[in-house]
Design a protein around this ligand. Sequence first.
Ligand code: BDP
Length: 596
Amino acid sequence: MLRPQDTITRERRSLNGLWAFRLDPQRIGVQERWFAGRLDQAREMAVPASFNDVAADPAVRDYCGDVWYQTHARIPRGWDGQRILLHLESATHRARVWVEDVEVAQHEGGYTPFEAEVGLHVAPGRQIRITVLVDNTLTFQSIPPGIIEDTPVGKRQRYWHDFFNYAGLHRTVWLHSTPTSYVDDITAVTDLSGSTGTVTYDVVAHADPGQEVAVILRDADGQEVARATGATGRLIVPEVHPWGPGDGYLYDLEVTLVADDETVDSYHQSLGIRTVRIDGARFLINDQPFYFTGFGKHEDIAVIGKGHNDAHLVHDFALLDWIGANSFRTSHYPYSEDVLDYADRHGIVVIDETAAVGLNMAIGGGVFGGQGYQTYSPDTVNAATQQVHAQAIRELITRDKNHPSVAIWSIANEPESDTAGAEDYFRPLFEVARDADPTRPVGFVNVMLAPHGRCRVSAFADVLMLNRYYGWYVNTGDLAAAELAWTQELQSWAGDGKPIIITEYGADTLAGLHAIGDEPWTEEYQVAYLEMNHRVFDRIDAVVGEQVWNFADFATTSGIMRVGGNKKGVFTRDRRPKAAAFALRRRWRTQTQDDL
Ligand code: BDP
């Protein structure tokens, strides 16, 4: 599946705007065929957006279950004779979709796209009704997992991850057309040797006899640099301009389906020519050692929650640039494709993560409620969960495999990883990731509860990604003790001979709170905490990256550990800098990659 595009053979129409919206707490909508007519008793809801905060209604904010979205759209007359599709970039966490009275799609997983051919049910020029049932329930068989607890006062959704369960239609919904013979998928793998680049491509096309695949590679000025015919092949690019950190140089691979010199279908795949490789404990991009600076982020904005917004996209990247960050992690789910396109164009390196977060009932139970469950068991996270997780990995890699910005696949955040159950659960999932993409390093993010020597999953990983909170959750307020303990633990990981990226270190900080001594929650403490961490990292050669938790304050479920959300942001939720932002800027903008 390719993302919808406007090309000489394809068209797309965004369905973003205000849709009709209705909660369905009794789950009667399917039975009552709410899709079969105009949605009754509906309010208006913005798409894209999380529905939770838009309505200013606690019943909507904390809602758990089925919600219905509906819109009407006209199929362009010019699409007569074309393949017509409805494409949803995300529906969180699962969806069923009807066009008119016909169910056309179902999808599990809240952060990857899906689409359905709808041509049989629509006529060009006519208006159609599109209805989407979105279910935000988390269960032990969803990624991320959760549980609905029956309490004396009703059902309550619990989950073991530290961000608010925003849901809805978070990204663009498209109607789009392709020719009936079409390019269906493109995989491009790039390599560099001296000043020569290569692009090895593989195209899946639904072609009629007599039609063939042809590709043309053009540089950023639109000049042709190579061409070939055939569904698979290799293009040689002399005097290549590689993609690299800080240099988002992109080529355009035009993939066409041709018959007798006529273009039947055309799709443009942007490409960055670069390599990613691990050499011992070094992380190499284009054979140069790379040191990650940046953040774990969230898609999290006031009012629209996890809804995609272009102004916020540009602003967040402007702040990344201002502070000197060269990378971020899509903690804790696949982000909008617009985010990755932007990272490609601006040379920002991405650790791309699945939504597998909170597979750890020991830690999450204590912090966020939902105690007393065993993580891996036939009744909790089990073989069925593993299948859903495997599918989430495949869908992430299928969607993002051609982004040069993506340097690492992270298949989970902080799962329980110190038990035999964890080993059995994760071993096959690493294989799933490597089968889907043999070219990029694969890892997962290790939690503090599974330190070196106890973690049974890190052996499967190409790169070690550690989240550590010395000086915050442990040695709170005692940075000297934290520094010693952290250095010792990190030294033991360094003995594994793999590159180490610190994917989380951070301290909750209330903007405007100050103190002279080491007082947690103050702006000064956040600075001192980060500086202590940096002293530790700078001692250990195997550390090849530091990503602070978090870029900005973000919304969480309510609980005694959180004050109006998680406050570990270096920026506030409305993107104002705390003192730590200036401290990081000094480190990241004034030091070179060699110093770090
Ligand atoms: C880690 C999680 C992250 C949390 C963070 C925290 O990976 O999602 O928000 O800690 O506690 O456990 O702030």
